[in-house]
Design a protein around this ligand. Structure first.
Ligand code: SF4
Ligand code: SF4
Length: 397
């Protein structure tokens, strides 16, 4: 919150907002910041509090602390989702319910996690000095790992619908299905799968984090997410029918200390995870290419930045086309820009290749933007194309 919770005017607005949440009859609020939990407990005792997974409750002692602050339920850190000993003792130690999050596909022990939530937190602040602009380098990094390393896909701490009974055996009977920014179709599918405790398909259909998805606020009806999901599913499959019995090993394994000497996840990955041999490496390469622009500071226009290495089969960009491309990308909402840049540039390369040319020109980016821009943003993008004289008005109809 950028410490704004301690600024009197902002603090007043915060209390008014909580009052509104309470007045409309909400049952629960999900909260991460301990100070906010204390405020809610003191001033809005009718609101029940669930501690968010972002508070990283990963030990018995931390769960007890949050309970003493006023928590009614706790969604623990997803990183302990397969740590049965800690979950069991945590549930035994507190009266509040421990509610594991089932549908999170983040990397096990992801190094970007705390930084990523900070990035998202600041980018969502209405009055932030950058107006929500940022580059999501975290999602680019983790996507490159997931689409190139099958074992990390298995190590991620998602929970299969078939495995809920193993959690009930240790006293946990309530679960969280995250996905509020996903499409209604996605949410219904996930809820059905977990309530029927069965899903005979690709887990990417019901687990988040295997698409280049982010906290998309301006995504009416989840349309952007649907487009991104479709794109990712063609590249990565986690065949849930091949994972029976997978969870048993975790009941005794100590993942936090043993990962270097254990090949359990690797063996299951060989059986159940499939990466498209052609598409996945191409996807990873375009992500890494952009990450290279970021870490060399080329993206930020630093004069001393290492120049881009020329690859043999690399596409060249017409200089005017490259400039227009950058300007058009900046028309997308800030949180989409890093993803849009990778996806549209890769589509433009395909178009140039089809023309049997190694030079990307205006006609390639026109087709790429029209094909790769999700429906809710088509109008803005077409206006942008018009502005730069790339399409005529009648194309709008
Ligand atoms: S979205 Fe990616 S970078 Fe962010 S916490 Fe999850 S795995 Fe890590
Ligand atoms: S310790 Fe073994 S089971 Fe646990 S995450 Fe590592 S490879 Fe998988």
């Amino acid at each position: 919150m950028s410490n704004m919770e301690y600024e009197p005017n902002y603090h007043r607005k915060l209390i008014e907002h909580l009052q509104w949440i309470s007045d409309i009859g909400s049952d629960y609020v999900i909260v991460t910041i301990p100070f906010l939990i204390q405020i809610i407990k003191e001033q809005f005792p009718n609101l029940k509090i669930r501690v968010s997974t972002i508070a990283h409750v990963n030990s018995v002692n931390r769960a007890k602390f949050y309970e003493s602050l006023g928590a009614d339920e706790i969604t623990p850190s997803i990183m302990i989702n397969r740590d049965f000993k800690t979950l069991k003792n945590m549930q035994k130690a507190v009266k509040c319910k421990i509610v594991p999050l089932l549908t999170d596909g983040c990397l096990y022990q992801c190094p970007f996690r705390y930084y990523h939530y900070n990035l998202l937190g600041h980018s969502s602040q209405g009055d932030h000095q950058l107006g929500g602009n940022y580059i999501d380098s975290c999602i680019l990094n983790c996507s490159a790992i997931k689409f190139s390393n099958k074992t990390e896909v298995i190590k991620a701490r998602w929970i299969r619908p078939e495995d809920l009974s193993h959690y009930e055996e240790i006293g946990i009977d309530t679960f969280k299905i995250a996905g509020r920014r996903m499409s209604s179709e996605w949410i219904t599918r996930a809820v059905k799968a977990f309530s029927s405790r069965k899903y005979e398909g690709n887990l990417v259909d019901i687990i988040q984090g295997f698409t280049m998805s982010i906290g998309i606020e301006n995504d009416p009806h989840g349309k952007f997410q649907q487009a991104v999901d479709k794109e990712s599913k063609s590249k990565l499959i986690i065949d849930n029918t091949k994972l029976d019995g997978f969870i048993e090993f975790f009941k005794t394994q100590d993942c936090i200390s043993m990962c270097d000497e254990c090949n359990y996840c690797e063996k299951w990955a060989e059986k159940a995870v499939f990466l498209d041999k052609e598409q996945a490496p191409k996807y990873v390469e375009s992500i890494q290419d952009y990450l290279d622009d970021l870490v060399t500071s080329r993206e930020f226009g630093v004069d001393t930045a290492k120049p881009k290495e020329k690859k043999e089969d690399e596409f060249k960009w017409d200089s005017e086309t490259a400039q227009i491309f950058d300007k058009l990308i900046k028309l997308s909402p800030p949180q989409f820009q890093s993803i849009a840049k990778v996806v549209i540039a890769s589509l433009a390369e395909e178009k140039a290749k089809k023309r049997e040319s190694s030079m990307i020109e205006n006609e390639d980016i026109i087709e790429a933007f029209i094909e790769g821009t999700p429906e809710p943003f088509q109008l803005d993008m077409r206006e942008g194309l018009q502005k730069y004289g790339l399409i005529k008005e009648e194309l709008n109809n």
